[in-house]
Design a binder for this molecule. Structure first.
Ligand code: SAM
Ligand code: DTB
Ligand code: SF4
Length: 323
């Protein structure tokens, strides 16, 4: 039985530490069994409210307390968001993810505007995703009613290392929001970042928490830290592609049905390196020249890569199509 929620940390560590070729082979085999090989989900991000966040996430260029070059911006207007979503759709994205630099959602006019944007993007036939910080169950239900398909809320790192990175909220706060999203029957997108200064044991610990949730997240983003000037982690060394491969492959083996997303960090990777990540089980990317505030490969560069590697974009709402 491959789909398990009772993994022990030792079992996950055993997979994680396999010789890299064996790890990739096992991940690839699992990928073939549960995913359509060669098919990659293309998602586009848009920061709908940028900077000025009260949280202290040590990696984040949008935290108000760190003095970064990010230009703060209040909530975007509806028309601008829809225009951006249409452009993303034209370039082949099937999922549009709107991010806000909020600690949590509040029941105010801004939230009503976001609900309107969710409906507008859903009406374009795209899978709509949001990442807005912490949510109550009622707020999750409102988003679901507006047409929200997925919600991104990352665990970021292990429970043990969490307080070294963020002090303004707890790991349990994170898990509670994920539960609220689940209760509202919204698809859960949750993963983390490597390169924060965590140990390999922390990386395994994070994968263990994700793989032992009552239900595996439908998508698992694996981000490489993008060190941003002005943040406490500005001088962190960039992670190597082998570390990304280990994370991606282990995530693929322990959560075979999840979409594993090769997320932040692609801008620094060659096509060859990305190809290894796809071989290791990644089947989703963020496309478009910007993530939230940092650069990402542009559409033309990715088009060349898709052609070269023989990758095809995954259709929207595929799970619903097959079930
Ligand atoms: N404020 C909301 C929250 O924290 O959930 C949503 C936006 S937040 C920017 C979304 C995610 O982006 C974070 O959880 C983190 O995993 C990722 N992220 C932020 N800054 C990053 C960086 N410099 N490098 C890699 N990933 C980053
Ligand atoms: C995720 O796991 N990565 C995305 C998305 N979910 C919201 C964000 C990456 C942000 C990288 C830094 C930036 O561009 O600000
Ligand atoms: Fe705020 Fe999210 Fe950045 Fe943390 S990761 S500082 S909560 S925008």
């Amino acid at each position: 039985m491959d789909i398990r929620n009772n993994w022990t940390k030792e079992e996950i560590a055993e997979i994680y530490y396999l010789p890299i070729m064996e790890l990739m082979y096992q991940a690839s085999t699992m990928h073939r069994k549960y995913q359509k090989t060669g098919e990659v989900q293309v998602c586009t991000l848009l920061s709908i409210k940028t900077g000025g966040c009260p949280e202290d996430c040590a990696y984040c260029p949008q935290a108000a307390r760190y003095h970064t070059d990010v230009e703060t911006h209040k909530l975007l207007e509806y028309d601008e968001v829809i225009t951006k979503a249409l452009i993303a759709k034209e370039f082949g994205s099937t999922r549009f993810c709107m991010g806000a630099a909020w600690r949590n959602v509040r029941d105010n006019k801004d939230f009503d505007h976001v609900l309107g944007m969710v409906k507008g993007v859903a009406d374009l036939g795209m899978e709509v995703c949001c990442t807005l910080g912490m949510l109550t169950e009622e707020q999750a239900k409102k988003l679901k009613d507006a047409g929200l398909y997925a919600y991104n809320h990352n665990l970021d790192t292990s429970e043990e290392y969490y307080e070294a990175i963020i002090s303004t909220r707890t790991y349990d706060d994170r898990l509670e929001t994920i539960e609220n999203v689940n209760k509202a029957e919204i698809s859960v997108c949750s993963g983390g970042i490597i390169g924060l200064g965590e140990s390999e044991d922390d990386r395994i610990g994070m994968l263990h928490t994700l793989a032992t949730l009552p239900k595996h997240p439908e998508s698992v983003p694996v981000n490489a830290l993008v060190p941003v000037k002005g943040t406490p982690l500005e001088s962190n060394k960039r992670v190597s592609v082998w570390e990304m491969i280990r994370m991606i492959a282990t995530a693929r083996i322990v959560m075979p049905k999840a979409m594993v997303r090769l997320s932040a960090g692609r801008n620094e990777m060659s096509v060859e390196e990305q190809a290894l990540c796809f071989m290791a089980g990644a089947n989703s990317i963020f496309a478009g020249e910007k993530l939230l505030t940092t650069p990402n490969p542009d559409a033309d560069t990715d088009k060349v890569m898709f052609e070269l590697l023989g990758l095809t974009p995954r259709p929207a709402y595929k799970e619903e199509l097959v079930s």
